[in-house]
Ligand binder design. Structure first.
Ligand code: HEM
Length: 515
């Protein structure tokens, strides 16, 4: 680690006073609130030192773009986290991989797989999963704990969709063993990467403390979690390899790349593909689940927004059919599109984004930014800036609509900044590669849910978890079909799902018979 000189000597950006030797402890919970206070006190570029790390916190869109986009050549690496990255092995997953050759290859594969143009081929599958989601709620709504079944269905639908595109795997509707492993790994990821939670991240020499020594228990935890992570990456990957060997054709990210490389596949390329596929799950499942949970929370608290959205859907669909991707492309439901933006703004999934690391010293305005600095954007602060979004805690999709569409803004030019320019991170080299996939999945799931269900809950203050990806605490959420017609639509979705699985069984039998 580089020694960082005192603030004044190197013209470092302003920041909170530092404690000798330690620097400044990070707030343990909801760091974005403290970051916002520091932004107001010290300006939009704040510097602090935390043990060995030099940390920069950006509190304006301009500073975030100037540094992470315009200077992305220098600001696109990731910090080395001793516990989660090194000891458990999460450093193999893209979001913690430094800017190196493997990273660039993996990123290229992901871009080709789900860039703005290529994701169109996933739309029919996204429709299927959005339908499976509402049907699952329909079946489970009489459960003793209807709220738990909503959360469970969210995790099931997002997780299963990603397992299917990553590995061609179709998960069972309950108790799927692979889904359980990957979800367990993700829960461990969230705990392992919580800033400041593991002393060994702040004092890396602690890794030499033996596991039997008092305080050395983290070695056991790391060893246990490493097993889960390896199962998450290896099990589905080996399954695909076996399927290819047996001539079973189920297109997926992993299969397509392995087949394309054929017998020339090097061990290094195999590693790249395996961990890029695991990055799809780790990047996509928990994030989309978080956004959907916040959406349902917002609906329980804002019956007015719910009603407006339903009126808009009804005026076109007349409760005779479900919304589809064509409706999205044609812009038939501007209120739904505004609602998706408002969900992402109101409860940004990753409130402090992904940490970027600079490779060498740099200059910004009059300051020096030391090489090796860890840079965070306070995304929550930006999406709650009262100057841009008046009454930022209010859930109000109208802020993203013009008066012509029943919204707040006079003209298109008056629309506030689209949250998608913040919540998916920054810089061509690091911005979320799954953003297009996330956008259509959220839109379809939200539109289908609102066209068929009413959503009820208690109007109550609901807190959020800490961690890199946030989730609302438990809240009451009851969903009931809106009408007789909605019930009929849900029943016909059930029939379609059954027919599809019969077709698929037939396809599989045909494939295995022809082997
Ligand atoms: C609402 C949904 C989502 C949100 C808010 C979100 C947000 C983010 C953010 C903030 C980053 C860090 C960017 C940065 O470092 O500046 C990121 C990275 C990433 N996301 Fe997403 N994401 C979402 C959905 C998805 C989906 C659906 C996938 C894939 C299926 C995905 C895959 C990834 C991957 C692989 C990375 C690591 C990229 C890298 O380090 O180069 N994300 N995402």
């Amino acid at each position: 680690y580089r020694h960082v000189c005192p603030r004044k000597a190197r013209r470092l950006p302003p920041g909170p006073p530092l404690i000798p030797f330690i620097g400044r402890m990070m707030p343990k919970k909801q760091q974005w609130l403290t970051f916002t206070t520091w932004g107001k006190q010290f300006g939009d570029v704040v510097w602090l030192k935390l043990m060995p790390y030099s940390i920069i916190i950006l509190n304006s869109q301009k500073a975030a773009l100037d540094i992470l986009e315009k200077k992305s050549v220098n600001f696109s690496s990731r910090p080395y986290l001793q516990f989660s990255g090194g000891m458990i092995g999460w450093r193999n997953i893209l979001v913690l991989t430094p800017y190196n050759r493997r990273f660039r290859d993996a990123r290229k594969h992901l871009h080709q797989f789900m860039g703005a143009q290529s994701i169109k081929r996933f739309w029919p599958l996204q429709e299927q999963y959005a339908k499976a989601f509402i049907h699952r709620i329909f079946l489970h709504r009489l459960d003793s704990d209807a709220t738990a079944s909503v959360t469970d269905s969210i995790h099931w639908a997002t997780g299963s969709f990603i397992l299917q595109i990553a590995y061609g795997y179709k998960s069972a509707s309950t108790g799927d063993p692979l889904l359980e492993v990957v979800n367990e790994a993700m829960a461990q990821f969230s705990r392992a990467t919580e800033p400041g939670a593991w002393l060994v991240d702040l004092m890396p020499w602690l890794r030499h403390v033996p596991s039997w020594f008092p305080g050395g228990h983290f070695h056991h935890i790391a060893a246990k979690w490493r097993v889960t992570l390896n199962a998450m990456a290896n099990n589905p990957f080996e399954m695909v390899k076996k399927e290819i060997a047996n001539g079973i054709v189920r297109p997926s990210f992993t299969r397509d790349l392995l087949v394309e490389k054929g017998p020339n596949l090097s061990p290094e390329e195999e590693m790249t593909i395996k961990w890029a596929a695991a990055s799809l799950y780790s990047g996509g499942a928990d994030t989309v689940s978080s956004a959907l949970s916040s959406f349902f929370l917002a609906m329980t608290q804002n019956p007015r927004a719910l009603k407006r959205a339903q009126e808009e859907l009804d005026s076109v669909l007349l409760s005779d059919r479900l919304p589809n991707v064509e409706d999205k492309v044609q812009g038939r439901f501007p209120y739904i599109s505004a609602l998706v933006k408002e969900v992402l703004r109101w409860a940004p999934v990753a409130p402090t984004g992904g940490p970027h690391v600079s490779e060498k010293d740099d200059k910004y305005r009059d300051w020096v930014i030391p090489g090796g600095s860890v840079v965070f954007v306070n995304i929550w602060g930006l999406t709650h800036d009262e100057e841009v979004y008046p009454n930022p805690n209010e859930f109000r999709p109208e802020r993203f609509l013009t008066k012509a569409n029943g919204g707040d803004c006079e003209t298109e030019n008056d629309l506030p900044r689209d949250p998608e320019q913040m919540v998916f991170g920054y810089g061509r080299r690091r911005i979320c590669p799954g953003r297009h996939l996330a956008d259509s999945f959220l839109w379809l799931t939200i539109a289908m849910s609102l066209s068929t269900f009413d959503v009820f809950g208690r109007s109550q203050e609901v807190g959020y978890s800490g961690g890199t990806i946030i989730h609302p605490d438990a809240f009451e959420c009851v969903m009931t079909p809106r009408s007789e017609k909605a019930t009929l639509l849900l029943q016909s979705v059930g029939q379609q799902i059954e027919d599809d699985s019969v077709d698929e069984m037939a396809d599989r039998n045909r494939t295995s018979n022809s082997l």
